[in-house]
Ligand binder design. Sequence first.
Ligand code: A2P
Length: 288
Amino acid sequence: MFKKFTDTVTLANGVKMPCVGYGTWQTPDGEVARKCVSEAIKLGYRHIDTAAAYGNEVSVGEGIRDAGIAREELFITTKHWITNRGYEKTILACEESLRNLGLDYLDLYLIHWPAVKKIADNWEEINAETWRGFEKLYKDGKIRAIGVSNFLPSHLESLKARSTVKPMVNQIEFHPGYIQSGLVDYCRAEGITLQAWSPLGSGAVLKDEFLGTIAAKYSRSIAQLCIRYALQNDIVPLPKSLNADRIAANMDVFDFAISADDMAAIAAMEQIGYSGFYPEEAPADALV
Ligand code: A2P
């Protein structure tokens, strides 16, 4: 169980990842991304999550440098985009992300979305070839850990049968109202560390009356309840905010504990705040 903001989770290959990350999906490129990332690091975040498809890698990199913290103290993740599937393109895509970020290695590189049957009959080979590129980058020391995002058990099983290194991380949508229990259980059993994207349901769960009642019991905001809820499930949340006070408030989740009854009540909630981005269904070009 995580006890403080600086705690880490140890990935299957021994790499330590800070237990809360700062998310940058939909963070506008330019000054906004630069300032927010720098602010988050100055406030104490050491784990920053971005993606090629977010279009803000350059500004995120600037924010990282502005903060003035030693590279080895930071944990930086970016994601490979769907237009770069395949071995060769994957290597080039990673090099481009490194250039954009101004870094010479990544702590974590993720396949952003799986290729699926709806897109290509040979989806299994496509994912395996992309992953072969990931394994090469990992073995060459350009990436300290490799993983996937939005992979369902079927995609992970397929990859397992066609590769030698198992993904260390799966980053999935996870928040009260959308907890993907089957997928979470599968990843736990496989030793794959989970990260939560949209741990606040992209803001969509923050006005929920039921969650408001539970948060009030602990004198916390719903956002803090959601972040704590992910942590108590051993899932690394990646909350994002463009507001310094809220960036700080989202760190302040280590002096209360959600009771077992309340954890169960949240788990049993009806679905709310779901993004609609289901790997097998959503059109690929809508997925970021
Ligand atoms: P803002 O940037 O104005 O703070 P998620 O991390 O699930 O994608 O959710 C991000 C959304 O939640 C953003 O709209 C963000 O708005 C909002 N948000 C983030 N932290 C908080 C907070 N502590 N209280 C209220 N809203 C928050």
